[in-house]
Design a protein around this ligand. Structure first.
Ligand code: BG6
Length: 489
């Protein structure tokens, strides 16, 4: 059974309270935590947006959102308790003459923490923060939560960080990367630093290379407007993939205190070798999906989904990265992410080197491989060489020691936002990004995008629904005599 330790009473204000993130993730996450008894009944959840809605309208929108997210498990009785926490304030927070009283009247006046969650476009992070400050709400233990992407490049990220930092001190800013809230991602820390088995081997002497894959079967859907200005590198690599790389590559932190972990992650970002124009065409692949079949359904290509019908934005990226330090010298990190691939699967593969002497002959073709599956079917597999049973000769097979979370723990898997929201209330910053992390990651990504421009790296295409995306992504590894890991192949 999962244990839920109740948090202290809090107020949370969601700017963009009627938007997509709020409906898909934030409101359901708060509902789940409430149903499990983790959120005290005196807490308040205030939705804010520009739409003219009543409290009752907002509750009904939230009810639909939570019902959609929970399906048959929706608990109508618990809902009647939960909805008492909800209220709504109509407010255009960027306007000088905005009526902040609509919001302040909904907040409590005791000394509980107020949490301001900006589920809005990053372009208005700074004006909203300034307005929060002017309304006198950034006081005491107030906290600010920012969604990624923090800006669109290093310069805009710095401007946002400086602007919000003028109102909230760094220790009260929670920059969310929801991948850090995924169970398996947190488990990476435990796997590496809670066992003696892996750490002595976790370096260039035993590891051949590392693969990080975040594949999605969905297309850009109704987010085309945002996505076309971002692309896979800004949307996924700058944050989720680099964060995973940091957790894999970092040195053991002294403790699990937020700053200890974050300092180690920043060192990895510092050690990431910039992508030079000269090698951009060789070490990276950018591509867009064309029409194809995904999960048995015929789907449009990326360009057909856009109003203009043309775009230079990548929906897939694969690249070879290097962490230039003692531990990882000459160990490539292969990263790839894409939309409209065959299935949704995210995993990290740690490929160990071959045994130095193949005494079992050809059969011993495979070396050890550790697979950390983030989704779906969260779990860990360690491939080892095993003798096939039977008296006829000695044949070796590579088979997994399999730890499936679902089978082992038999609990509902909390969404990443459930964990992260409760961490904000507890004041635990360990799973949130520090200012320098975001900026270092942008610096590297800006370099990659510039190298693409300089070297005119061609845009490849792939049919929607392909397992591995464009063929060039395969070639990237074949050039090094390696292959992407595909389950069972
Ligand atoms: C978001 C990206 O951060 O992560 C989306 O903006 C992407 O484009 C999503 O689809 C993937 O998250 P998850 O948790 O579904 O893997």
């Amino acid at each position: 059974m999962a244990k839920f330790i109740p948090v202290d009473t809090f107020d949370i204000v969601i700017f963009g309270g009627t938007g997509d993130l709020s409906r898909r993730k934030l409101l359901p996450a708060l509902y789940h935590r409430f149903v499990d008894g983790q959120i005290p009944e005196a807490s308040r959840i205030v939705g804010v947006s520009r739409s003219e809605l009543s409290d009752a309208d907002f509750r009904s929108l939230a009810r639909d959102a939570c019902k959609t997210s929970t399906g048959e498990d929706f608990d109508a009785k618990a809902w009647t308790q939960f909805e008492k926490l909800l209220s709504y304030a109509c407010l255009d927070a960027t306007k000088e003459d905005a009526d902040w009283e609509a919001l302040t009247s909904r907040l409590s006046d005791d000394d509980r923490p107020s949490i301001f969650y900006l589920a809005v476009t990053p372009k208005i992070y700074v004006p909203i923060c300034q307005a929060i400050g002017k309304a006198g709400l950034a006081k005491g233990d107030a906290r600010l939560v920012l969604e990624k992407p923090i800006g669109t490049d290093l310069e805009s990220a710095k401007a946002i960080n400086a602007g919000v930092g003028a109102v909230f001190s760094e220790d009260r800013i929670y920059r969310i990367d929801h991948y850090l809230g995924k169970e398996t991602v947190q488990n990476l820390l435990v796997l590496r630093f809670g066992n003696t088995l892996f750490e002595p081997l976790w370096n260039r002497t035993a590891i051949d290379h590392i693969q990080i894959t975040v594949a999605e079967d969905v297309g850009v859907g109704d987010r085309a407007g945002y996505y076309d200005s971002a692309g896979a590198v800004r949307d996924m690599v700058q944050n989720h993939l680099l964060q995973l790389l940091c957790l894999i590559a970092m040195e053991p932190p002294n403790s699990i205190e937020a700053d200890e972990i974050r300092t180690e992650k920043i060192k990895v970002l510092n050690a990431l070798r910039p992508v030079r124009s000269k090698y951009a065409g060789r070490d990276t692949v950018r591509a867009q999906y064309g029409p194809g079949t995904v999960n048995g359904e015929q789907v449009k290509g990326y360009l057909e989904e856009l109003d203009e019908g043309e775009s230079g934005t990548e929906t897939f990226v694969a690249l070879k990265a290097w962490v230039d330090n003692w531990r990882w010298s000459r160990v490539p990190f292969y990263l790839r992410t894409g939309k409209r691939m065959r299935s949704r699967h995210s995993e990290i593969v740690v490929q160990f080197r071959e045994a130095p002497h193949a005494m079992f002959g050809e059969d011993q073709a495979h070396s050890n491989r550790l697979i950390i599956r983030l989704q779906p079917d969260e779990g860990v597999q360690l491939y080892v060489q095993i003798k096939e049973p039977g008296p006829g000769g000695l044949r070796v097979q590579s088979l997994p020691l399999n730890l499936s979370y679902a089978e082992t723990f038999q609990v509902r898997y909390p969404d990443a936002y459930e964990r992260l929201l409760m961490d904000v209330v507890r004041g635990n910053l360990a799973l949130f990004m520090r200012r320098e992390e975001v900026e270092e990651a942008w610096e590297w990504v800006d370099g990659l995008l510039e190298a693409w421009d300089d070297a005119k790296v061609p845009m490849r295409t792939y049919s929607a629904g392909l397992e591995d995306g464009p063929v060039e992504s395969r070639m990237l590894l074949r050039e090094d005599d390696r292959d992407w890991w595909s389950n069972g192949k």
